[in-house]
Design a protein around this ligand. Structure first.
Ligand SMILES: C[S@@+](CC[C@H](N)C(=O)[O-])C[C@H]1O[C@@H](n2cnc3c(N)ncnc32)[C@H](O)[C@@H]1O
Length: 235
């Protein structure tokens, strides 16, 4: 298991150190991706601390700022593979000893992360809410979604798909969240998540857009963080 992320602070910056030559068999985009990975301090730090993804730092940073994770909590982690957020949730809720309950779901299979329950399922499958509720066996204190469909390169299409995932995540969250609960979802900056925001502002005490330092500066990714769920649970 990973150590506690001192990593929520930005790892010390490194100058671009590794350049990758474009091989015949490798597209330029793959070469640039590889170069970015090799020079990304969060990738290095994640490896060092035993996190399965650099995304772990995003949740750690969101938690540092907004105090989302507490021992004993019940959490649903949507779009969890390969498990970075789940690892941080396990650590910060002290799930091994506190009785915290973490249900992690992804359309892609990923290795178990006990004591979290890992579900291999498409969240958009009509059976997913029932399967999740059964695994959760009660209310949730936090529903978090880092779900993102593979990008198409077409900004508007990507945006629409990511917002659809966030909206569906909130449909589910509104059914299972306990009063006072929280919801986090990945969205895109400057987009059309107006309906979702309107609903969140009605249902929560505070709603913020947050870009954690570990979220790449060049990406439009941002997280909506809603805290203090007000609405009575839908039966
Ligand atoms: C950015 S990654 C998540 C990284 C993860 N939070 C971590 O810390 O390692 C986005 C994930 O969303 C998942 N995803 C996208 N669409 C999904 C769907 N319909 N149902 C379940 N998972 C989905 C992808 O398979 C991918 O693993």
């Amino acid at each position: 298991m990973a150590n506690k992320p001192k990593g929520s602070a930005a790892p010390s910056g490194r100058k671009l150190a590794v350049r990758v030559k474009t091989a015949k068999s490798r597209e330029l985009s793959s070469t640039l991706w590889l170069e970015r990975q090799l020079n990304d301090p969060y990738v290095t730090e994640a490896k060092k601390l035993g996190y399965r993804s650099r995304a772990a730092f995003k949740l750690a940073q969101l938690d540092d700022k907004h105090r989302l994770l507490k021992p004993g909590m019940r959490i649903v982690d949507l779009g969890a593979a390969p498990g970075g957020w789940t690892q941080v949730a396990i650590e910060r809720t002290k799930a091994l000893t506190s009785g915290a309950r973490i249900v992690a779901l992804d359309i892609l299979p990923f290795d178990p992360l006990p004591p979290a329950d890992v579900l291999h399922l498409d969240f958009l499958d009509p059976t997913a809410p029932a399967v999740l509720k059964q695994a959760l066996n009660g209310e949730a204190d936090l529903v978090m979604s880092d779900m993102a469909a593979p990008t198409t390169g077409h900004r508007e299409t990507d945006h629409i798909r990511i917002i659809a995932l966030a909206e569906t995540a909130y449909e589910f969250a509104a059914e299972v969240l306990a009063p006072g609960g929280a919801f986090i979802a990945k969205v895109f900056q400057g987009g059309s998540e107006k309906d979702l925001l309107l609903r969140l502002k009605q249902d929560f005490t505070t709603v913020r857009h947050v870009k954690p330092p570990a979220s790449r500066a060049g990406s439009a990714e941002v997280y909506v963080v809603a805290q203090g769920f007000k609405k009575p649970r839908v039966a």
